[in-house]
Design a protein. Structure first.
Length: 261
């Protein structure tokens, strides 16, 4: 696999302070989360379903509005942004989705170019007329994720693993300061899951940016993450290196020890 094209500049720290999210008043899904992510490479968030992992990712990119707290990226509080300011800030956040979120009727290359929608005038977005430099870079990104020969194929003709590779290329196309991945391997077989995690790790290395991955598979988190954040009931109960994650931590994160037998 070839190296992913690298943008100039360094990724900047994500600093979350006292973040709370309530879908119903008095029933917080996220409880006073404070967290700094600045190191390049994969930072994995683990925890049981319903503990707030996906909500945390979606608060960061503002697909969900936080109830209170701040989400600072490069000195800008994402939690306070609206309208055009939010659109501009989202360009710095590459997003990889669990269900891929590709436009099925578009070609693979057109889906990758969707990563530039925040950078082009509205008329170009509607007509899908992108600058030649963007088109050349999109083809280069497809080569780097092993899909160069699929550029003109419709997205709905791809396998799950191929779709996720397109999603990663689309995220990198944004020139992000941070990549967020919400359960990127949950729909994939074990071999393809490893390949996708390898590719996300490569994104972090090659671009010198953090890749914040919400993941259920503890073994994959241990294998690829430089840091693991364990969540339980909307709280962070572990934050440290994979080697420090003990069975006692996993019992606290997932509740009891019977599931580990």
């Amino acid at each position: 696999m070839s190296a992913l094209p690298v943008a100039s500049g360094q990724g900047r720290a994500l600093v979350i302070h006292n973040l709370v999210k309530e879908y119903r008043p008095g029933q917080p899904v996220l409880r006073d989360i404070s967290l700094t992510v600045s190191e390049p490479g994969i930072v994995a968030i683990i925890g049981p379903s319903g503990t707030g992992k996906s909500t945390l990712i979606r608060c960061i990119n503002r697909l969900v509005d936080p109830t209170s707290g701040s989400i600072m990226l490069g000195g800008t509080d994402l939690a306070k942004l609206q309208g055009e300011a939010l659109r501009q800030a989202r360009r710095r956040l590459g997003m990889v989705f669990q269900e891929y979120n590709l436009v099925e009727r578009l070609t693979v290359i057109e889906n990758v170019l969707c990563g530039r929608l925040g950078y082009v005038p509205v008329w170009r977005a509607w007509t899908r007329r992108f600058p030649e430099a963007d088109i050349a870079r999109a083809f280069s990104l497809l080569d780097s994720v092993g899909l160069g020969e699929f550029a003109t194929r419709r997205a709905d003709q791809l396998s799950g693993g191929q779709r996720q590779r397109v999603g990663i290329a689309r995220a990198v196309m944004q020139d992000p300061d941070l990549v967020l991945a919400d359960e990127p391997t949950s729909s994939l077989d074990p071999k393809t899951s490893v390949e996708i995690m390898e590719l996300l790790a490569q994104v972090g290395r090659d671009r010198d940016i953090p890749v914040l991955v919400n993941i259920h598979n503890v073994a994959l988190a241990r294998r690829f993450a430089l840091r693991i954040i364990g969540m339980s009931k909307g709280l962070i109960v572990y934050d440290g290196p994979p080697g420090g994650l003990q069975d006692s931590h996993l019992a606290e994160i997932y509740g009891g020890e019977g599931w580990m037998e």
